[in-house]
Design a binder for this molecule. Sequence first.
Ligand SMILES: NC(=O)c1ccc[n+]([C@@H]2O[C@H](COP(=O)([O-])OP(=O)(O)OC[C@H]3O[C@@H](n4cnc5c(N)ncnc54)[C@H](O)[C@@H]3O)[C@@H](O)[C@H]2O)c1
Ligand SMILES: [Zn+2]
Length: 365
Amino acid sequence: MEEVKVDLGVRSYQIKVGEDLLKDIGTYLTELEIGSKVLIITNDLVDSLYGQEVKDSLKEVGFTVEVAKIGDGEKYKSLETAQQLYDQAVVAGLDRSSSILALGGGVVGDIAGFIAATYMRGVNFIQVPTTLLAQVDSSVGGKVAVNHAAGKNLIGDFYQPQLVVADINVLSTLEEKELKAGLAEVIKYGVIWDEEFFTFLEDNYKEILTLEPQQVQHLIKVSCQIKAAVVAQDETERGLRAILNYGHTLGHALEAVTDYQYYRHGEGVAIGMLGAAKLAHQIGWLDKADVIRQQRLIENFGLPTSFSQWSVDEICQALTKDKKVEDGVIRFILAKEIGEVEIIADLEENLIKEVTQELKVGDEK
Ligand SMILES: NC(=O)c1ccc[n+]([C@@H]2O[C@H](COP(=O)([O-])OP(=O)(O)OC[C@H]3O[C@@H](n4cnc5c(N)ncnc54)[C@H](O)[C@@H]3O)[C@@H](O)[C@H]2O)c1
Ligand SMILES: [Zn+2]
């Protein structure tokens, strides 16, 4: 097992990464200063796969365990679901010493964290992420939220967990497209922070796709280390933390024009990363060879690097409507080299359009 510390003063916590950790969750929780009651928030699918093991482990060391299940899918990350969860927390008799344990992907983690942050002004929160995306990204860093009709993650807070337990065995039941979507965020970490890690991904992509434990454990550990390092410097996204949005500017626009129905988030990010690489090359930052390296790695992980059916104009319009746009300025995270990025706010619209057009196949111009 590997441990990564997220260094946030009194809000610091450990991320445990390794094989077969679910059976020891109870023991890990006894090491925290928390009361005897735990409410597990999960969904039917994850509960049927891993719920029993987690419940048994908690009960074995004396915790009282309740389970609340939410629907499966982004649309259940809502205030209506939150309302039902508050009701269940009340019925379960949760008090301020109690804990909420998120067992699931990013949807479960985000809403469970939102409940933990707000129920009785905050109860203990433990993340047990079960998708790759949740293990390398959403369970770390304390962003918790529900969606609103007007936008994703519009209602939320920063609320750090007290512990994150990433058991790599659970990835074996994950659908392949979910695994790949998570890998987009992993590539992102290499580009924004760590060339050596990027090279590791290039050299080990086959082992990663077949879930070789050694490679997967390393990948999750380093991803969490990078996210932890960024979050430790800028917990509430006043500056640096924005670099975690590498590839997300165009990625979000692609998700938006397709009504969030066509792409997994990671697929949008994959195309967005190549767009960002091309933009960086256009302004003289990134070598052509490093653009190609990114393209190749994205492709090797089975992620898209182009689109065909959507309108470039619509995508560019969607860019200006993104919630990350402040004062009408579109920000891109662009690489100077692999491992180093900067935030840039004054790119010419024509250039953005040109590069978006380049990402569109079968539409010669
Ligand atoms: N808080 C953050 O910092 C942050 C960062 C990135 C994304 N997010 C959020 O994360 C969410 C997306 O998370 P996600 O990609 O994990 O999607 P998800 O939670 O919808 O999970 C994807 C699917 O995998 C299933 N699943 C989960 N674990 C499984 C397992 N071990 N085996 C088989 N199936 C399993 C789920 O039931 C679901 O059907 C979005 O709501 C996004 O906004 C949050
Ligand atoms: Zn993302």
